[in-house]
Ligand binder design. Structure first.
Ligand code: C2E
Ligand code: MG
Ligand code: MG
Length: 526
């Protein structure tokens, strides 16, 4: 009722009630009854009674009519309130898991008072509030495996398991496979324990139909206090910690530290510098020689990206290739470098090949082979002079697409080398599955072989493996003469390393070819 009285209709009703009361009092004061009787008596012959009766009936009917209208109005208001509540729920909840969403979090539906409601009333202001940012590991793979419906079922189960843990907190789904858990009153040790509990809960197999699916969880968390209760800031910090955890591998957890924010700021600055550098073509290919260990001849150059920024500081590839991959700039960078490398390689003798690195993310691009072949055609470099280097990890994400790309490139005459052999996932499985022209033994094996007998045996086994599969072997990172002697004696085909030369600009590469031709004896001595 009080709701109704607060509406415009309710207020009008109240006004009329007051006005009616005032008129009634006035009527009593002015002896309205006697006057009315006198009036009826005087005009009886004109039908005054019938008029008054009609007016009375009209009044009563109007009264009833307004009662019905008020009833309808109330019903309408109830419906509207329910629709509003539904719209509110829809806007603030995730339909799939029924958890509150990011908008709910931002609107502070889980406000300070609500946080306290699960605790004792007299909680101190400095009580901690910890925001856990949870991101599933390997969700995409499961989604691909069990389909979107299966993926949805998995997310619902994840939401259920998180909610079951959260009697001291509150669980949100921020979209995709990202969840937020808010917990209060945890000590440092209990925060850690809680993160471990989340990982434990989520890594247990989840049955989707008859299929047991497994995912992991990367967790970052940040703490604020009840007095501060800046949940948005805490969630941002928790996200940064979660990215750090994710970068270290699956099922890791990290508490937020200030250094993480600095890292993100530096990275953002590097990212915008990189964008400009790619657009201005400031990143150039340098060429590191590949030596045929049987003849001592130079048989190829590996193109390696080199970037010297405007301050004259040279930024190493591991610092920027990853950013280019994550931001999608790698395609443009790759194409710029390959175009330039094709032009440079045309000045080399025909037997000298160009080796070019392809990032794992590029192996998810169905158009990669077409792009490469188009650049070769434009740069007039015959496909057989190009060798593509891919790492084992490049074949893991999208194996079917990777196989198509490799087949298309092979078909066109491009050679394929397996780079950093022995450092990625399931090296031998990759060898069995794809047809490679070359294996590049990672420099970590060559660097330590002298000091560790086991490494020496592994290098020998890799060389034997290449021989028995009829695949050529390249040893990376040859720095010492003794390493060269060992590799030559064990039948390694090609060598690369500082012993022969570092990556140099195009003009120096041409000079290197000329000098190398008059410098064969060093190998023959080996
Ligand atoms: P990678 O393809 O395995 O290249 C060989 C790396 O080993 C190069 O490092 C090279 O400078 C280094 N290296 C060669 N010989 C020696 C040696 O004797 N001793 C030592 N300690 N190192 C040696 P760089 O140029 O820093 O490149 C690192 C990685 O960055 C490359 O490894 C490759 O994965 C990636 N990369 C470089 N340029 C490109 C590029 O243009 N595109 C893509 N996608 N990746 C690139
Ligand atoms: Mg390489
Ligand atoms: Mg390598």
């Amino acid at each position: 009722m009080s709701d109704f009285l607060r509406t415009r209709a309710g207020k009008q009703f109240l006004c009329l009630l007051v006005l009616g009361l005032a008129l009634w009092l006035l009527g009593i004061e002015l002896q309205f009854q006697q006057n009315l009787l006198g009036f009826l008596e005087a005009y009886r012959s004109y039908g005054a009674e019938a008029v008054v009766l009609a007016l009375n009936i009209g009044g009563a009917m109007s009264f009833l009519y307004s009662i019905f209208r008020i009833y309808d109005l109330r019903k309408e208001m109830d419906l509207r309130a329910k629709a509003q509540a539904r719209a509110d729920w829809t806007a603030t909840h995730d339909h799939l898991t029924k958890l509150p969403n990011r908008y709910a979090f931002e609107r502070r539906l889980f406000g300070r008072r609500q946080m306290r409601s699960s605790d004792d009333d007299g909680e101190p202001e400095d009580q901690t509030v910890t925001v856990f940012s949870v991101d599933l590991d390997g969700f995409k793979k499961v989604n691909d495996l069990v389909g979107h419906k299966g993926g949805d079922a998995l997310l619902i189960e994840v939401a259920r398991r998180l909610s079951a843990l959260g009697d001291v907190g509150c669980v949100y789904r921020f979209g995709g496979d990202e969840f937020i858990v808010v917990a209060t009153g945890l000590t440092r040790e209990r925060e850690e324990k809680f993160a471990r509990m989340i990982i434990h809960a989520l890594t247990r197999p989840i049955h989707i139909g008859s299929l047991p699916a497994e995912v992991g969880a990367s967790i970052g968390y940040a703490t604020t206090t009840m007095a501060d209760a800046n949940l948005e800031e805490a969630a941002h910090c928790a996200d940064l910690a979660m990215y750090e955890a994710k970068s270290q591998g699956p099922n890791r957890y990290f508490a937020y530290e200030e250094a993480m924010q600095n890292k993100v700021t530096e990275r953002a600055a590097l990212e915008s510098k990189l964008r400009a550098a790619i657009q201005e073509n400031e990143i150039r290919p340098f060429y590191q020689p590949l030596i045929n260990l049987r003849s001592g001849d130079i048989c190829g150059f590996e193109a390696l990206a080199r970037w010297t920024d405007n301050d004259g500081i040279s930024i190493p590839p591991p610092a920027f290739i990853g950013i280019a991959e994550e931001t999608g700039m790698i395609t443009e960078l790759f194409e710029n470098l390959l175009k330039q490398a094709c032009l440079d390689a045309r000045h080399w003798p025909d037997h000298i090949t160009l080796s070019f690195n392809v990032s794992p993310v590029q192996m998810e691009d169905k158009l990669l082979a077409t792009r490469i072949l188009r650049i070769l055609a434009k740069g007039q470099l015959p496909p057989h002079r190009l060798e593509i280097e891919i790492t084992e990890n490049a074949l893991i994400q999208e194996p079917e697409i990777a196989a198509l790309i490799l087949d298309e490139l092979h078909g066109a005459g491009v050679q394929i080398a397996l780079d950093d052999f022995g450092t990625g996932y399931s090296s031998l499985a990759q060898l069995a599955r794809y047809r490679f022209d070359k294996i590049k033994i990672d420099k970590s094996f060559v660097a330590t072989y002298g000091s560790e007998e086991r490494q020496e045996k592994i290098v020998r086994a890799m060389l034997g493996l290449g021989r028995s599969l009829g695949i050529k072997t390249t040893a990376e990172g040859i720095e010492e003469h003794s390493q060269l002697v060992y590799l030559v004696n064990h039948g390694c085909d090609i060598g690369q390393g500082y012993l022969f030369g570092k990556a140099v600009p195009a003009d120096q590469a041409i000079a290197f070819i000329a000098s190398r031709e008059s410098d064969l004896p060093s190998l023959n001595q080996a």
